[in-house]
Design a protein around this ligand. Structure first.
Ligand code: ADP
Length: 255
């Protein structure tokens, strides 16, 4: 399988006046094209730190990160980063928020503008294009943030608890959409979540991290015997509970 993301022996610690806070210890894993991987671990263990390193916002103390076979600093691959807070700007309309990334990256063309409209239509926001973010519900805002990320056509999607603000039904739909896009268009996604059910219903594999500094405790492949593999079908499948218990146990045992 072609690798979109590769991490080898990553170590990271925060340094400040009080001293050193080790956050990540010897993290290695890879993501292939079309793969959706979830990361779970205790609160404060280093999950967001890991995504910040992959997004290039922090630099690892040791180890290497490659995206599409190139070292991160030389990579030109589009990486999409979605956070729990939608970070929409109130002074811009919904449409102008959605095209912000395209503007910043000098990618605003007739084709990409059309794609933005198409996505807004698909996610039921077409009639809100001229609205301000404050006029939208939490779920709609999060969908607008998702469109802003997807319109850049990223090969790698980093998702940091992006569904927490959504209601249950929207969560399932948006999760399903992202899963389908990742698999159909052979992109890759890395999802950080504290919600085990979400991880199990969406991912191909779950990486379980230890407490801080985070090390990989276990990687659990998720295999479901389903005709149509959707998040909802998974939640109702017998394997779901088995995986839930397995990951729960893994998270709650000290080694
Ligand atoms: P998680 O996403 O798993 O909840 P984080 O990656 O946000 O955890 O944080 C990991 C650890 O690093 C936490 O203990 C946090 O307090 C610490 N940390 C995060 N950012 C900083 C910072 N800028 N300076 C010092 N420590 C930090």
């Amino acid at each position: 399988m072609e690798q979109v993301l590769e991490l080898k022996n990553i170590h990271y610690a925060y340094h400040n006046l009080e001293g050193e806070t080790p956050a990540l210890s010897d993290i290695s894993f890879a993501l292939g094209k079309g793969e959706f991987v979830a990361i779970v671990g205790p609160s404060g263990c280093g999950k967001s730190t890991l995504l910040s390193l992959i997004a290039g916002l922090l630099v690892p103390e040791k180890g290497l990160i490659k995206i599409n076979g190139k070292y991160l600093r030389e990579s030109t691959t589009n990486v999409g980063y979605m956070l729990q807070h939608d970070e929409l700007f109130e002074w811009r309309t919904v449409y102008n928020n959605v095209i912000l990334g395209l503007e910043v990256q000098h990618m605003l063309t007739a084709r990409t503008k059309e794609k933005a409209h198409e996505l807004l239509d698909f996610y039921g926001l077409r009639q809100f294009e001229r609205a301000r973010p404050s006029e939208l519900s939490g779920g709609m805002r999060q969908r607008a943030a998702l469109i802003r990320t997807l319109v850049l056509d990223p090969d790698l999607l980093l998702l940091d608890e992006p569904f927490s603000a959504l209601d249950y039904q929207t969560r399932l739909t948006v999760g399903d959409d992202i899963g389908q896009i990742i698999r159909r268009e052979e992109k890759a996604a890395l999802l950080v979540t504290h919600d085990l059910s979400e991880a199990i219903s969406l991912a191909d594999r779950v990486i379980v991290l230890s407490g801080r500094p985070a090390a990989i405790k276990q990687t659990i492949p998720l295999i479901f015997d389903l005709e149509e593999d959707t998040p909802l079908a998974r939640r109702n499948a017998p394997e779901f509970k088995t995986y839930f218990n397995l990951i729960w146990k893994e998270l709650n045992t000290d080694e």
